[in-house]
Design a protein around this ligand. Sequence first.
Ligand SMILES: [Zn+2]
Ligand SMILES: [Zn+2]
Length: 139
Amino acid sequence: MSEKSGKCNCGAVAFKATPKNGDVGVCHCSKCRRMAAGPFFALDCGDTVKFESEESVGVYNSSEWAERGFCKQCGSVLFWRTKDRAVNIVSVDAFDDPIDLTLDHEVFIDEKPGYYSFAEKAKQMTGQECFEQFAKSSE
Ligand SMILES: [Zn+2]
Ligand SMILES: [Zn+2]
């Protein structure tokens, strides 16, 4: 996929990133849902994320190895990334132009509350399976 531009609601944070593909991953974990006020839909952008300026990028230290980004001005939830910034999972809805997308996988399916579920058939992984896959791919 070619490089895409994106921004937060107020425009204080603008970025460019190259999604690996149009495979949307959605996370149902309690941290994502609390932060994004719903499941977090995102694209894997590897290490390609470039911010115009990092001044308005708020970073929340969410675990030993990962952090979550948002706009300090408007609160838009923007990304989840590893602390070394090698992996950037960017909010689908932060991108400016519609991208041809498919719901590909749902993670932390074991933390999904019972009051919703998706009709799309996507690969489902528990939190544990997700960590195992992540450990394998970073070996
Ligand atoms: Zn903003
Ligand atoms: Zn999550």
